[in-house]
Design a protein around this ligand. Structure first.
Ligand SMILES: Cc1ncc(COP(=O)(O)O)c(C=O)c1O
Length: 358
């Protein structure tokens, strides 16, 4: 054992690690199952070659051209009026959130969110020495005005709302967010990693708050946008918050290659988002199928479904794996989460679930 003195709060901890197993049907990390077309692979290759010709130079550390492209995309997707000065991009929305907590969290500051929710929030807090507190969601995994009151009674500096929420899929009601905005002076982060999968009846928080000084919306190209391997997430925020993120980011945090690939992908948004409608309809039919087969299912506005409940969910997970189907043990005890795959993958999941012993 080494004599080196690891930070005491890291002793005995395990790193983030959803299993990366080479099985036929991978439905465990909420990726878009559709790979880019050959033409898009070609376009991305050309963008990388152009960036490679300049690799002796550091990239644009403010990523202005990329931010302009993201602003154009987000304005059209959400009907929000957004300029490049409202955009803060980083290596995945994980890193964006890290920047936000480095700037607005820290020792003596408290973040409150609503559990069960995304498992990385406590880790972002640990890394930024921010206190992490969860208020329980209601039995249906929703949040109402009373949940907001319970959160505010804890005197937070930051409130995080995940919508659609991972792992439950629950979509936030607009009036609940409005109640929070009216009654809280601190930073409000709405994590919309899965926003493009929501139903048309649900507006993004961006529609109302794109330029509101205390509301930040985080988005990613990892999910609907089918670019998880790229590592590109971004915040849509007031320029004052963007300036704060610039204070804490590492120099040149976004490589020239990442910027070039993200811009090439954004130029092909229509193709990359082309399967979102299919994934939504696959989600809705899987939801109906699970109900029909007697499972408890959480209504989802995302590209995954939380279902249960099982006396031994680890055993169910393992049996599915024996059938070549990898899903995720996530959420409260007894529940499992399955990502929406291609129609063939979803069919394999259904067949595997029917064939195992429950
Ligand atoms: C709710 C939520 N937020 C943020 C992320 C991080 O996404 P990324 O860092 O790939 O942008 C995820 C990834 O699974 C997520 O589920």
């Amino acid at each position: 054992m080494s004599e080196l003195r690891l930070r005491s709060d890291l002793v005995g901890r395990t790193p983030y690690g959803a299993p990366q197993l080479d099985v036929p049907v991978r439905l465990n990390v909420n990726e878009n199952p559709f790979a880019p077309s050959e033409q898009l692979v070609q376009a991305i290759g050309e963008a990388v070659m152009a960036a490679a010709a300049d690799l002796n130079r550091y990239p644009d550390r403010d990523a202005i051209e990329l931010r302009k492209d993201l602003a154009a995309y987000i304005s059209s997707e959400s009907n929000a009026k957004v300029s490049w000065e409202n955009i803060w991009p980083a290596n995945g929305s994980n890193e964006v959130m890290h920047h936000l907590l480095q700037a607005y969290g820290g020792p003596g500051r408290r973040l409150v969110t609503f559990g069960p929710t995304y498992s990385m929030y406590p880790d972002y807090c640990r890394e930024t020495f921010t206190e992490y507190v969860e208020v329980n969601r209601n039995n249906d995994f929703g949040i109402d005005v009373d949940s907001i009151s319970s959160a505010l009674a804890l005197n937070p500096d930051i409130v995080v709302l995940c919508s659609p929420n991972n792992p439950t899929g629950t979509v936030l009601d607009a009036h609940v967010l409005e109640h929070l905005v009216q009654n809280f002076e601190g930073l409000i982060i709405v994590d919309e990693a899965y926003a493009e999968f929501r139903d048309d009846s649900h507006q993004s928080a961006l529609a109302a708050y794109a330029n509101h000084p205390k509301v930040v919306v985080t988005r990613t190209m990892s999910k609907a946008f089918s670019c998880a391997g790229l590592r590109l997430g971004y915040a849509v925020a007031h320029p004052e918050i963007v300036a704060a993120c610039q204070l804490v980011r590492l120099p040149y945090h976004l490589s020239a290659v990442t910027q070039a690939v993200a811009r090439a992908a954004l130029a092909h948004s229509a193709e990359l988002l082309g399967q979102v409608a299919l994934l939504r309809s696959e989600r809705d039919s899987l939801y109906a199928w699970l109900i029909e087969h007697g499972f408890l299912v959480s209504p989802s506005g995302a590209n995954f479904i939380l279902f249960g409940t099982f006396a031994d969910r680890d055993d169910v997970w393992q049996q599915l794996l024996h059938h070549g189907v990898l899903i995720r043990q996530s959420g409260p005890p007894g529940w499992l989460r399955v990502s929406i795959g291609t129609p063939a993958e979803n069919e394999s999941f259904r067949k595997a679930l029917l064939s195992i012993e429950l």
